[in-house]
Design a protein around this ligand. Structure first.
Ligand code: ADP
Ligand code: MG
Length: 456
C-alpha cells in the first residue's frame, strides 16, 4: 500500500538545523525499594530540525524514559530539558508520540481517534475533521475513516497511531518502538513508506526521534544514532553520525560497516587499548536481581547457541553467525547475554568464546548438561532469589506474586513477566524448582534437596 504524498501544510525541507529539543545534564531516578533508582544519568542531547535521531539500546537502558522526558511526560530529577530554548514545565507542546502498542480507543472510529489530538487542543470541529482527513490520507488509510480499530490489522492500527500524532503537526514526532509489535513484512513496509514521506519533504513534522532496540532499523532510518548503555544506569555510550545517502541501500558496504560498529558498541565490546571483555559484566558477588535482569532466552535457545559456537571450534564471530542463520544480530543478543551471565561464554575481541564450563555444557548429554546448568544458573540472581526463598519457606512453596512485587520496584510489569518466564524456564530445567500456573506458585523440585545449595 502506498501512502498518498500530495497532502501537506508545511514544507519544511531543506533542513534548517534549528535547535528544537535539548537536554543538559539530564538525570532521572525512580523511587525503588532501596531508595532512588537511577535510570538516566548525565544525558546531553540535542535534536535539530531536519534530522532523524535514533535512541538505540537494549531493553532497560532508559530509551522510553528519555523519550518521555523529552515529551514532557515525566519530569527530570535534575538537569534541564528545553523545547526551542524554553524549559519544559509540562507536556511538550512541540511533540506528539507514537507508541509500540497502538493505544487506540476501541469505541471510536479511525476518524474520531485521529481527531482526538486536535480536540484536546481546542480546534473547531470542521477544521478538525478536515485535518484528520488529510492525515488519514497521508498515512495511507483513505477509505478507513469510519472503521473501528478491531476491524483493522496491526499495521493499519499503527497507521492510525501515526495519523493521530501527525495530525497535530508536531515539530518533533516521537516514536517508541513503533514497528516492534508488527510482523516483519508489515513493519518493513511501514518503515519504508514513512522514510519515503520524510525524504520527499512531505512530512508535516520537522524532526523525528525514534526509540528502537533494532540496530538495522536505526541505521536504516536515522541521521544520528545515540547508543544508550544500561549499567550501572542509562548513559550515552556513543553517538554515530550516519551520513549515508537516502534511500539507504542495505547491501552497501558502508551500511554493513556501520551496523558492525554500532553492534560492537551495543554489545559492550571494547575499543582498542582497553582490556577485552564486556563492560556490562557485573562481578558475581555484586549481582542483584535489580542490576542483573535476566535476558529473554530459553534454555533451548541458549543451548542452541552454545552448541553452534562449539561446532565452530568453541569460538566464532557473532556477526558471521547471525548472518549464516539469516538472523539479525539483535536476535542473538538475549542468548549471548544469557550465556555470558551463566559464565558459559566471554567475548574476546570480536569473537564469542566458550569458557571451560561452557564447552562442557555444550558438549554434554542431557543429564550432565543439566547438572552443569544447575550450578551455573545460581549466578542468575533472580533464580538464586527464588531458590533461596523456597529453601526458607516452611511449606516449600513460594507465590510468584511475592517475587513479582519485589521486581516491580525496578522493572515495568512487562519486563517482570519476561524475567519470571526466564527464571521459571531456567529453574525448571535445572530441577531447582517447579512452577504451577494455577495458583501461580513455585515449589521446590522433588530433587531439590540434591540440587546445588544456594549460595548465601
Ligand atoms: P527501555 O525503554 O530502554 O527498555 P525504560 O526507560 O523503559 O527502558 O526503563 C529503564 C529503567 O527504568 C528500567 O529498569 C525500568 O524498570 C525503570 N523504569 C521505567 N519506568 C519506571 C517507573 N515508572 N517506575 C520505576 N522504574 C521505572
Ligand atoms: Mg522502552
Amino acid at each position: 500500500m502506498a501512502m498518498n504524498t500530495l497532502t501537506t501544510t508545511k514544507d519544511i525541507r531543506p533542513a534548517d538545523g534549528e535547535l528544537l529539543l535539548e537536554t543538559v545534564g539530564l538525570t532521572k531516578s525512580y523511587a525503588g525499594a532501596d531508595g532512588e533508582l537511577p535510570v538516566l544519568s548525565g544525558i546531553d542531547l540535542q535534536v535539530r530540525a531536519g534530522e532523524v535521531v535514533a535512541l538505540l539500546g537494549k531493553s532497560g537502558s532508559g530509551k522510553s524514559t528519555l523519550l518521555r522526558c523529552l515529551a514532557g511526560l515525566v519530569p527530570a530529577s535534575s538537569g534541564t530539558i528545553t523545547y526551542k530554548n524554553t524549559p519544559l514545565t509540562g507536556a511538550n507542546p512541540g511533540t506528539a508520540m507514537v507508541f509500540q502498542t497502538f493505544a487506540l480507543l476501541p469505541w471510536l472510529t479511525v476518524q474520531q481517534n485521529v481527531e482526538l489530538g486536535l480536540e484536546a487542543k481546542g480546534v473547531a470541529a470542521a477544521e478538525r475533521a478536515e485535518a484528520a482527513r488529510q492525515a488519514i490520507d497521508l498515512i495511507g488509510l483513505d477509505g478507513f475513516e469510519s472503521a473501528y480499530p478491531k476491524e483493522l490489522s496491526g499495521g493499519m492500527r499503527q497507521r492510525v497511531g501515526f495519523a493521530r500524532a501527525l495530525v497535530v503537526e508536531p515539530d518533533v514526532l516521537m516514536m517508541d518502538e513503533p514497528f516492534s509489535a508488527l510482523d516483519v513484512l508489515t513493519a518493513e513496509n511501514l518503515r519504508g513508506e514513512l522514510m519515503e514521506l520524510w525524504e520527499s519533504g512531505q512530512f508535516p513534522t520537522r524532526a523525528i526521534v525514534l526509540v528502537t532496540h533494532n540496530i538495522e532499523e536505526a541505521v536504516l532510518m536515522a541521521d544520528r544514532i545515540v547508543v544508550l548503555g544500561s549499567r550501572p544506569y542509562g548513559t550515552i555510550r556513543e553517538v554515530f553520525e550516519v551520513g549515508l545517502d537516502r534511500p539507504r541501500d542495505r547491501n552497501a558496504a558502508a551500511f554493513e560497516d556501520l551496523i558492525d560498529r554500532v553492534y560492537r558498541t551495543m554489545t559492550g565490546r571494547q575499543k582498542e587499548g582497553r582490556t577485552p571483555g564486556r563492560s556490562e559484566a557485573i562481578e558475581l558477588d555484586k549481582r542483584t536481581p535489580a542490576n542483573t535482569p535476566l535476558p529473554q532466552a530459553s534454555v533451548d535457545g541458549l543451548s542452541g547457541l552454545a552448541e553452534m559456537v562449539l561446532h565452530r571450534g568453541g569460538r566464532c564471530d557473532l556477526a558471521d553467525l547471525a548472518d549464516d542463520l539469516g538472523l539479525e544480530i539483535d536476535d542473538l543478543l538475549p542468548q549471548v547475554d544469557a550465556l555470558d551471565l551463566l559464565g558459559f561464554t566471554k567475548l574476546s575481541g570480536d569473537d564469542l568464546l566458550l569458557t571451560e564450563t561452557g564447552t562442557a555444557f555444550a558438549g554434554a548429554y542431557v543429564q550432565e548438561s543439566k547438572k552443569i546448568f544447575a550450578e551455573a544458573v545460581l549466578h542468575a540472581p533472580l533464580v538464586q532469589l527464588i531458590t533461596r526463598s523456597l529453601h526458607q519457606s516452611p511449606s516449600g512453596k513460594l507465590r510468584a506474586g511475592f517475587v513479582r512485587d519485589l521486581l516491580a520496584h525496578h522493572f515495568t510489569s512487562e519486563q517482570v513477566t519476561a524475567q519470571l518466564d526466564t527464571a521459571t524456564d531456567w529453574g525448571r530445567y535445572a530441577e531447582l524448582y517447579s512452577y504451577d500456573a494455577e495458583p501461580q506458585e513455585y515449589r521446590l523440585d522433588e530433587n531439590g534437596e540434591r540440587a546445588a545449595a544456594p549460595r548465601s
